[in-house]
Design a protein around this ligand. Structure first.
Ligand code: ADP
Ligand code: MG
Length: 318
């Protein structure tokens, strides 16, 4: 049985996340959000296209998780706290099984991060396209920006890098044939961990921050460009997951692979001690991977002591 557009919205998308936090949610021409005095609304939008950003045949619950988590990561990188999101969904068919699984994945993620679905758009198209826009709150003037890194600042990375890139090579492997390492890579790819508490803790501490969506070198490159500085990165300090230990391309994946959604941030020397202290409290592993330099290039020091420029790279649609 096929569902009409409005039945579909009502059935799957009207009650996801803590909707009472919105002044007005799904069902009217506009949703309404209250922005408390002294706070700024932080917003970000990202589109996921079938067979570009996720395999069309993947578990719809995981596709939903990836769509919302990758957007939450942008809020984390700004030091903002999640408030609400919208969902623009284009689908070739209104398949009830797909929609139920997708809505369940979305609900589970929205509950975990206390973010409410307040509106969206539902359309038919030849391929699945998912656009999520997130809204968060940040105290006036305290958002973390890409600009602000200065020579001498330490460069930090949360969690580990490279596993999501490794997953790209096993997306088509049948579940029963996956090794434990490969399952871990896929978990990182579909269920990244947006670093919300870290982002908030870095307000007033980090001089610049970004989330790693396109690859460490590319995203650190954005901080360098915005801040007008360079960096020397120590390859030996890059945090590789145990599950990539035996992989020949581990370092390349950590440097250039996307989709990890960890935070990369810089900290002035006088505040590095504070970061070391709260890293333990927050239970987020942090690695100090290099130092900001005045020389405007990004350089990599390899394990053998050699140093060479690192091109930013990163996935580009155009
Ligand atoms: P309009 O024609 O006024 O733009 P729509 O018919 O597109 O409104 O949507 C009706 C209501 O359902 C709106 O409140 C809209 O925000 C909401 N909505 C539509 N699609 C979705 C979706 N995929 N998820 C959540 N809310 C949705
Ligand atoms: Mg309208």
């Amino acid at each position: 049985m096929s569902l009409g557009e409005f039945e579909l919205i009502k059935k799957y998308f009207t009650d996801i996340g803590p909707v009472q936090r919105a002044a007005l949610g799904v069902g009217d021409d506009c949703a309404l959000l209250d922005v408390p005095a002294g706070r700024q609304l932080a917003l970000s939008v990202d589109t996921l296209i079938a067979d570009v950003h996720f395999p069309a045949a993947a578990d719809p619950a995981l596709i939903a998780q990836k769509a919302l988590r990758s957007n939450l990561s942008d809020l984390a990188a700004a030091g903002a706290e999640p408030l609400a999101f919208t969902l623009a969904l284009s689908l070739p068919t209104a398949d009830p099984d797909w929609l139920a699984a997708f809505a369940q994945g979305l609900r589970s993620c929205a509950d975990e991060f206390a973010i409410a679905l307040i509106g969206g758009d539902t359309t038919r198209a030849r391929q699945t396209v998912i656009t999520v826009q997130v809204f968060g709150l940040v105290p006036q003037g305290q958002a973390l920006l890409r600009s602000g890194a200065a020579a001498g600042d330490g460069i930090y990375v949360s969690g580990t890098l490279g596993a999501a890139r490794a997953a790209l090579d096993v997306l088509d492997v049948p579940a029963l044939q996956l090794s434990a390492d490969q399952r871990f890579w896929l978990k990182r790819y579909f269920m990244p961990r947006p670093r919300m508490t870290l982002g908030v803790a870095l307000r007033g501490i980090a001089s610049a921050a970004i989330d790693i969506s396109d690859g460490f070198a590319a995203d650190l490159g954005h901080i360098l460009d915005s801040s007008g500085v360079g960096a020397l990165v120590d390859a030996a300090q890059l945090p590789l997951p145990d599950a990539l230990g035996a992989h020949a391309d581990a370092l390349d994946f950590a440097l250039f692979g996307g989709d990890d959604y960890e935070l990369c941030f810089t900290v002035p020397p006088a505040r590095e001690e504070i970061v070391a202290r709260f890293a333990a409290q927050l239970q987020v592993p942090l690695a100090r991977v290099g130092t900001i330099t005045t020389d405007k290039t990004l350089r990599l020091r390899r394990a053998d002591g050699s140093e060479s420029p690192l091109t930013h790279g990163g996935y580009r649609h155009f």
